[in-house]
Ligand binder design. Structure first.
Ligand SMILES: [Zn+2]
Length: 171
């Protein structure tokens, strides 16, 4: 295993039903949210919208995760944009570029399913190799966003992060 990160799940808290529903709202509306990234990425409340994506793989009692929940919306989208060779793929139906909304797989086989949705109506997943490098790309982005997150918390005590529902209402 990589020395920098521990990929085994460390006793994560179960997200509430409400939090899971909000994340599902992101899955369903991911193209719309990607399309107007410029409108929300500078707003800390929306950048740090928590997503509970459960990007995990279980095997005989242990669980490996791409990154621990929650994953911040802004960090997730930035990772997808920054490394198109790792995350973007062509829609099998119309050939347009698809940005995935989630990726899960097995660190043992290294296979990853990039789950995505296309404007043409196609939705499904693209199976690729390279579980670890995608996990590291996301974790690196989350780590580098921590300073901004602490600053947001410090400057706005009591202000919670936004939700996908609120973001969609504003778009
Ligand atoms: Zn398509």
């Amino acid at each position: 295993m990589d020395k920098k990160y521990n990929f085994f799940r460390q006793g994560a808290l179960r997200p509430s039903d409400e939090q899971l529903q909000d994340t599902k709202l992101f899955y369903r509306n991911s193209q719309a949210i990607y399309a107007v990234q410029d409108k929300w990425q500078d707003d800390d409340r929306f950048y740090f919208t928590p997503l509970y994506m459960e990007m995990t793989y279980s095997c005989a009692g242990w669980v490996a995760e791409v990154a621990p929940d929650p994953v911040w919306l802004g960090s997730f989208v930035k990772t997808i944009r920054k490394a198109p060779e790792l995350f973007q793929f062509q829609c099998p139906k119309c050939g347009k570029t698809v940005l995935p909304y989630r990726y899960v797989g097995s660190p043992l086989s290294g296979r990853v399913d990039l789950e995505g949705r296309c404007d043409c109506g196609w939705s499904g997943d693209e199976s690729v190799s390279g579980w670890r490098q995608r996990a590291i790309a996301l974790r690196d982005q989350l780590a580098s966003d921590k300073v901004r997150f602490y600053k947001f918390r410090l400057l706005h005590p009591g202000m919670g992060p936004g939700t996908i529902r609120e973001l969609l209402e504003q778009l």
